[in-house]
Ligand binder design. Structure first.
Ligand code: SF4
Ligand code: SF4
Length: 70
């Protein structure tokens, strides 16, 4: 199964829990650009091996992640 996620750049507080729990490597990384609250949000890397497992969305304390599967 292929998946993709959307991270709300303003809701994300940059805790990186989603990166720690994602079973796939290289799918999520730090944006390198602060949001308006001063946090470094996480971004989804297009072309990566996201499976749509939704673990990232489940662990996110800010409910900043939406998961899509095809
Ligand atoms: S849906 Fe699963 S594979 Fe995709 S970014 Fe989230 S934890 Fe990683
Ligand atoms: S778990 Fe949520 S708040 Fe934490 S870095 Fe990931 S998207 Fe941002």
């Amino acid at each position: 199964m292929k998946g993709l996620i959307k991270v709300d750049q303003e809701l994300c507080k940059g805790c990186q829990l989603c990166i720690a729990f994602c079973p796939q490597k290289g799918v999520l990384s730090s944006a390198g650009k602060v949001n308006s609250a001063g946090y470094l949000p996480v971004v989804f890397n297009d072309g990566s091996e996201c499976t749509g497992c939704a673990i990232c969305a489940i662990v996110c304390p800010e409910v900043a992640i939406e998961v899509y599967r095809d």
